[in-house]
Design a protein around this ligand. Structure first.
Ligand code: ATP
Ligand code: MG
Length: 354
């Protein structure tokens, strides 16, 4: 029986409240799914992975975990969140995407980096860059005050509200090798943070960024609430994140998407408060169990193994005319199984859904 046990792996950092509560919640359901902390010490290429789902809370700070997870994807694991999208993402791309999707987003410009790795010679290596930057143009597009922040940032590091062009240049000059964006400052009257799970469930919360505190109740009108919910869902579905917080600053009744690249969102009981924390724990358990029992795999979104699948197809036809039926069957099933590792689980799904 143990061979068919559906396992969820958990990668965690320093957080202490969410992981044990999540493990306990999944165990309490008693539905044939277990959770454990992933144990790693070097990974072989194409190493099979014992997990159906891995919940990743820390690979942004432990790059080896990101490599491990990419291989896990290739082995058919459903990884929350997709390590490829997370690696490719940044707040400038997200601002462009939001705007294309009809979600209000502050005007945003991405700036050339200030500093570079040793070996970059400014007059030889950077011939594609104009120098000096046209700060008047930047400020004329974005306005003042504005926000200067790291396009890949999190945890409020390197986020500055600036009130003059001199201040903007001064902060930019201190930004080192980061890729900074300049963004329209949204003078908000209200603020929302949504926990978004499974690209569909949206838990809208009132948030106070000044105190970095969630309110237990919100005061959003039904129309505003509905728009926040809809815009958050649009964004997470486009990005493909299964666990993310999406933040909106509300100005003149319009929710502007401020930060929606939080694929390892804060799930600490101390900042969320008991009510929101319980929501996260129970709904993360629902999601992880549902995915563990499904055939969903992150690999399905990519074409890497397509070549081996198409290579196998003509072979199947050719051998059908020459070899025995049994031989044909053997050569046809082997590559297909390799190309789609997740296809091994249909029995488990049937059981769960039925
Ligand atoms: N365009 C903006 N207009 C107004 N305020 C902003 C803007 N961008 C950022 N802020 C403020 O700065 C805070 C931090 O910005 P942001 O969320 O982008 O950074 P972060 O490092 O990802 O933070 P977090 O850890 O909260 O996710 C926001 O919560 C918001 O209060
Ligand atoms: Mg963030």
């Amino acid at each position: 029986m143990a061979a068919h046990e559906l396992k969820i792996g958990l990668l965690v950092g320093r957080e202490w409240s969410f992981p044990p509560a999540f493990i306990e919640e999944v165990a309490r359901r008693n539905v044939g799914v277990t959770v454990e902390y992933v144990q790693l010490g070097g990974t072989q290429m194409n190493e099979p992975n014992p997990y159906r789902v891995i919940v990743d809370r820390i690979s942004h700070e432990v790059p080896y975990y990101r490599s491990y997870l990419k291989n896990a994807v290739l082995q058919g694991v459903k990884v929350i969140n997709d390590p490829f999208m997370w690696t490719a993402d940044d707040k400038f791309f997200e601002a462009s995407l939001a705007t294309q999707l009809g979600v209000a987003s502050p005007k945003t410009i991405v700036l050339p980096n200030k500093d570079y790795v040793p070996g970059i010679k400014h007059d030889e290596s950077l011939r594609n860059l104009m120098y000096p930057l046209n700060w008047d143009w930047i400020v004329s597009v974005i306005g003042m005050p504005c926000i200067l922040k790291d396009a890949h940032g999190g945890g409020w590091r390197d986020v500055y509200a600036v009130y003059s062009i001199d201040e903007l240049i001064e902060k930019y000059n201190d930004s080192g090798m980061l890729t900074m964006i300049v963004q329209e400052f949204i003078a908000w009257e209200n603020y929302a943070r949504c926990m978004c799970l499974g690209q569909d469930e949206i838990h809208v919360m009132k948030y106070d960024p000044r105190e970095r505190r969630y309110h237990e109740n919100h005061d959003f009108s039904p129309e505003l609430y509905a728009r926040i919910e809809k815009d958050a869902r649009t964004l997470v579905q486009a990005l493909g994140y299964d666990m993310n917080t999406v933040e909106f600053a509300v100005r003149d009744g319009v929710p502007y998407a401020i930060d929606f690249m939080n694929p390892a969102p804060d799930m600490d009981v101390n900042s969320l408060g008991e009510t929101h924390f319980r929501w996260m724990v129970t709904h993360m358990a629902d999601l992880a169990i549902r995915l563990a029992k499904s055939n969903d795999s992150t690999l399905a979104h990519y074409d890497w193994t397509k070549a081996s699948a198409t290579k196998a197809a003509p072979k199947r036809k050719a051998s059908a005319s020459k070899s025995s039926a049994a031989k044909t069957k053997a050569s046809a099933t082997k590559p297909a199984a390799k190309a789609k590792p997740a296809a091994k689980k249909p029995a488990a799904r049937k059981k769960a859904d039925g």
